[in-house]
Write a protein that binds this ligand. Structure first.
Ligand SMILES: Nc1nc2c(ncn2[C@@H]2O[C@H](COP(=O)(O)OP(=O)(O)OP(=O)(O)O)[C@@H](O)[C@H]2O)c(=O)[nH]1
Ligand SMILES: [Mg+2]
Length: 201
């Protein structure tokens, strides 16, 4: 038959879409991470760091940084044809904390990025997700020039629960970021399955 529609019509797969937050301290690489993996042009809300902001903007370790996120980053990545992640990068500076509750609504999980030169900057993000029971994975962003520490040392310094995954990553590399995102999704799924199972008697 020349005309007519194929009887073997493929039903398009409706992907599951999940919301993931990308959090962590100031200048730890959140905007870079979203930009590295997003398959759409990431939405950014960058403002120039000004001379006036110097007393409050702590640039130790990221001296070359010239802009900062003032609302959020937004990007999208298809992990599998039936699994799409929407990434929401948070602003790193304390003065934007009021935006977090809005951004966290409906999030399946989160990545907390950490920089070993300023680990304490990521404490607040870890506390935030722990308190709200939002599953998260820690990605240690390996900046050049930063001392390398074994994962166990970083884990102890961050006082992480044993079940929280921690991995080394490079926020500029797509494959590296993808592994962190897969870890977040897997961790969140394991946790939600466990919570749904009736407690063993
Ligand atoms: N060497 C190195 N530089 C990085 C890496 N990730 C980010 N950077 C640089 O670090 C700086 C900070 O990155 P951003 O992505 O803006 O950090 P952010 O966490 O979004 O910062 P805020 O939104 O201001 O909190 C930028 O100059 C990046 O180019 C990395 O893995 N290695
Ligand atoms: Mg940013």
């Amino acid at each position: 038959m020349v005309f007519g529609r194929s009887s073997r019509r493929e039903t398009p797969v409706e992907p599951v879409t999940l919301k993931i937050l990308v959090a962590g301290g100031f200048g730890v690489g959140k905007t870079t991470l979203v930009g590295a993996v997003s398959e759409i042009k990431p939405l950014r809300t960058e403002e120039t760091l000004s001379e006036a902001g110097r007393p409050v903007d702590d640039l130790d370790g990221v001296e070359s940084k010239s802009t900062t996120t003032v609302a959020m980053d937004f990007g999208r990545i298809t992990l599998r044809e039936d699994l799409v992640l929407y990434l929401f990068g948070t602003p790193g500076q304390d003065r934007f904390w009021f935006l977090w509750d809005e951004l966290a609504q409906g999030a399946l999980g989160a990545v907390v990025l950490a920089d070993t030169r300023r680990l304490e900057d990521s404490f607040a993000a870890i506390d935030y997700f722990e308190r709200r029971g939002i599953p998260f994975t820690v990605g240690v962003n390996c900046f050049e020039g930063a001392d390398e520490f074994p994962a166990e040392t970083v884990r102890a310094a961050l006082d992480l629960d044993p079940e929280v995954p921690l991995m080394m990553c490079d926020a500029r590399r797509r494959e590296s970021v993808k592994s962190v995102l897969v870890a977040v999704v897997e961790h969140a799924l394991v946790r939600s399955t466990r919570e749904r199972e009736p407690a063993a008697t």
